[in-house]
Ligand binder design. Structure first.
Ligand code: MG
Length: 380
């Protein structure tokens, strides 16, 4: 029994470090797990050097053995060598000193960095800044090319093996509730990457990469729905991104809770192999007031809601933020849709694939009624 628990811890450690790496070095030495980080730092002239990882524009860059006696400016120089981003344009989001962004003069040893710690960077390449007005070539996106076409959903939701996994998440996954469920509210579950935020483009600030009208969308939705954020990344990044986008601190709405990749399950689909999905059953099992009748989930990847297709609405992905920022109105229109369907007691008869025609039809009806009214008032 003890062995298998230690094994599970080690696996968890490993999967967490793969996904975020922020807890590197915090391995449980007593049980002999994850000591490799310490070994990986290099001793040179009595000063321990260690590698850092910079995560930028969806990719990771290793900054090899850097001395803790160097400054943030030196680190930025090393990052430029790897990424091409000029130090003046680099914003290292989680490189903080006493709760604030570390200045260029700060010596690295003050920052309590750990070997292989991941730093999240924002910053644009000079050539990309020049390129902003020119349509980029279609960039292949390996992470997201597994989207499942509309007609190919499989009824995976009833398979026992999947239901067992969902039950395990219900039991074992810990949800940190910031704001408890409100009576008579429906539930809106939102993805982050490409849904609310273009995480692959580069920019100087989060607002450049944020999907337009995000805060307006959340403000309106909050009137009818409790809001949950679910992203296929680690909790640390979910929190970081929500802070960055100003979602966690906006006074106009409140987020109920966040879910990360540990609440997801892998399912086997004959056609697509093993995929990681977001089963709403985890939420429904933990919070009985939310059900298939009052839940809607918005994601740019249809496969994420393959376990509960009826509840999912696939949003157009928000990519190439610099190009599309001025024209993307997806959240405005979706906000209208959410407001309209919130009046229904039961959402389970809706076909969210047709959300746009639902919206158009309702608008037309309204228009007809209006013209009818105006013609009758003319008569009077
Ligand atoms: Mg996404």
């Amino acid at each position: 029994m003890r062995v298998s628990t230690a094994k599970m811890d080690a696996m968890k450690e490993e999967s967490e470090s793969q996904s975020c790496g922020d807890n590197q070095g915090s391995g449980d030495h007593e049980s002999g797990v994850a000591t490799s980080n310490v070994e990986s730092s290099v001793q040179m002239d009595g000063v321990k050097l260690f590698p850092l990882i910079v995560k930028w524009s969806g990719k990771e860059y290793e900054i090899e053995d850097i001395s803790p006696l160097k400054t943030v400016r030196d680190l930025k120089g090393a990052i430029m060598t790897k990424t091409g981003v000029q130090p003046g344009r680099q914003k290292l989001l989680n490189l903080t000193y006493k709760g604030r962004q570390a200045s260029d003069e700060t010596v690295l040893s003050y920052l309590s960095l750990k070997p292989n710690q991941k730093l999240m960077m924002m910053g644009s390449l000079e050539k990309e800044i020049e390129k902003v007005d020119v349509p980029p070539e279609d960039r292949p996106d390996v992470n997201n090319d597994l989207d499942i076409p509309d007609e190919d959903d499989e009824p995976l939701e009833n398979r026992e093996v999947h239901l067992n996994k969902v039950q395990r998440r219900v039991k074992e996954y810990n949800v940190n509730v910031f704001n408890p469920p409100r009576p008579d509210k429906k539930l809106l579950v939102l993805d982050i990457d490409y849904t609310l935020f273009d995480h692959r483009s580069t920019g100087e600030s989060a607002s450049e990469l944020m999907r337009p009208y995000l805060h307006e969308f959340l403000t309106t939705a909050y009137k009818d729905y409790d809001i949950v954020i679910w992203s296929a990344t680690s909790m640390k990044w979910v929190e970081e991104k929500m802070k960055l986008l100003g979602v966690s601190s906006n006074p106009m709405y409140k987020i109920s809770f966040y879910l990360d990749y540990l609440a997801m399950i892998s399912v086997h689909s004959q056609k697509y192999g093993v995929i990681e999905v977001k089963p709403l059953g985890v939420i429904w099992g933990k919070f009985p007031q939310y059900t298939p009748k009052n839940t809607i989930m918005i994601d740019d990847l249809r496969r994420n809601f393959i376990m509960n297709s009826q509840n999912g609405l696939r949003i157009r992905p928000f990519r190439s933020a610099h190009l599309n920022r001025s024209t993307d109105r997806e959240l405005v229109r979706l906000s209208e849709y959410l407001r309209k369907i919130a009046r229904l007691d039961d959402l389970s008869s809706l076909n969210h694939r047709k959300w746009e025609s639902y919206l158009a039809k309702r608008q037309q009806n309204k228009g007809d009624r209006r013209s009818h009214h105006s013609s009758s008032s003319q008569k009077m």
